[in-house]
Design a protein around this ligand. Structure first.
Ligand code: C5P
Length: 307
């Protein structure tokens, strides 16, 4: 019988997201404080019949159908690209694979859903190639180097926990865990925002960000202190592209969020609450208004095999 390899990887929120001026390489330098959330993409990988190539099946009952339908299942899917790049790096043929992706992270939502899929696939491929072809297991640093070629958030999804991301966001400095659990409400939009479009709007607005020292973030002692520290330089750009987001942020804060903010490039709003009960209560209220709301705890482990 074919071996089944299962792997998962977490969503991220950028607690702090400082963005510099567009650089010559087409990317913006960033200074980001990442937190991984216990909202995991689950990936299952099975060896396919010889000559069948890579087939991908995407599903996820908690997300709107439009989110699932927006994920490509051909070679443009990041998981497909991950399989190809990983095999190339090892100098091996691209294997025949059947891949099942169970999505929980809003699609094109600024929460690294695609990057989490890629991170889970890197961990799964590492195991698959080792078992099938006897290749040595790569270290997390080696996986992160491959991940950085696939997307700026992939390395963080491999590491998880809390970390500083610099460069394009792909240079990860792991930090100690926060001393307390964080409770989040995530309000997804029915439509996604493309990351390059948000960065382009950011360029139009113009900014003068000074990067701050984030190395002391582990010393933040409470959710209220964390709320005061949260900031996102891409928020105004996301508001410009989707003006209703700003009203949603205000509404969430009026409903008791310590802080509500656009997550990364948006449009998902991440709202920090001081208890799980309160986050769930407000989430139910938003759902009754027809919005897509989820709750999740921080922080979470990075990509891992799930046995
Ligand atoms: O690396 P990732 O796939 O997330 O990047 C998608 C696009 O977002 C890039 O092609 C670039 O236009 C933009 N980007 C950026 N600066 C970053 C990360 C992404 O301008 N630090």
């Amino acid at each position: 019988m074919n071996r089944i390899i299962r792997a998962s990887a977490p969503a991220k929120v950028n607690l702090v997201f400082e963005v510099g001026q567009l650089a010559a390489d087409g990317y913006h330098p960033v200074n980001s404080l990442f937190l991984a959330l216990e909202l995991r993409e689950e990936l299952t990988l099975v060896k396919g019949e010889a000559g069948t190539g890579i087939s991908i099946y995407v599903h996820g009952a908690e997300l709107p159908e439009a989110h699932i339908n927006a994920v490509p299942t051909d070679q443009s899917n990041l998981v497909h690209k991950t399989a190809v790049l990983f095999a190339q790096k090892l100098g091996k043929q691209i294997p025949d694979l059947q891949i099942d992706i169970r999505k929980r992270i809003p699609v094109a939502g600024g929460m690294a859903g695609g990057s989490a899929d890629a991170a889970a696939m890197l961990v799964a491929m590492n195991e698959f190639m080792h078992l099938e072809h006897g290749t040595p297991n790569l270290t997390i640093e080696e996986l992160a180097a491959i991940g950085a070629e696939l997307g700026s958030d992939v390395p963080f999804c491999l590491y998880g926990g809390m970390a500083i991301g610099t460069g394009r966001g792909e240079v990860i400095t792991a930090l100690s865990n926060l001393a307390f659990e964080t409770n989040w409400l995530l309000c997804a939009s029915s439509k996604g925002l493309s990351t390059p479009t948000v960065y382009a709007a950011f360029d139009e607005i113009g900014s003068h960000t000074v990067f701050t020292d984030l190395t002391d973030a582990s010393a933040i002692a409470s959710a209220h202190e964390l709320g005061q520290r949260m900031s996102n330089d891409l928020e105004q750009a996301a508001f410009r592209l989707m003006p209703t987001l700003s009203e949603l942020v205000d509404q969430l804060e009026q409903l008791g969020a310590i802080r509500a903010m656009v997550s990364g490039s948006g449009p998902t709003i991440a709202a920090l609450f001081d208890s799980e009960a309160k986050a769930v209560e407000v989430s139910n209220l938003l759902k009754s208004q027809g919005l897509v709301a989820l709750t999740a705890k921080g922080q979470a482990l990075g990509a891992r095999l799930d046995g």
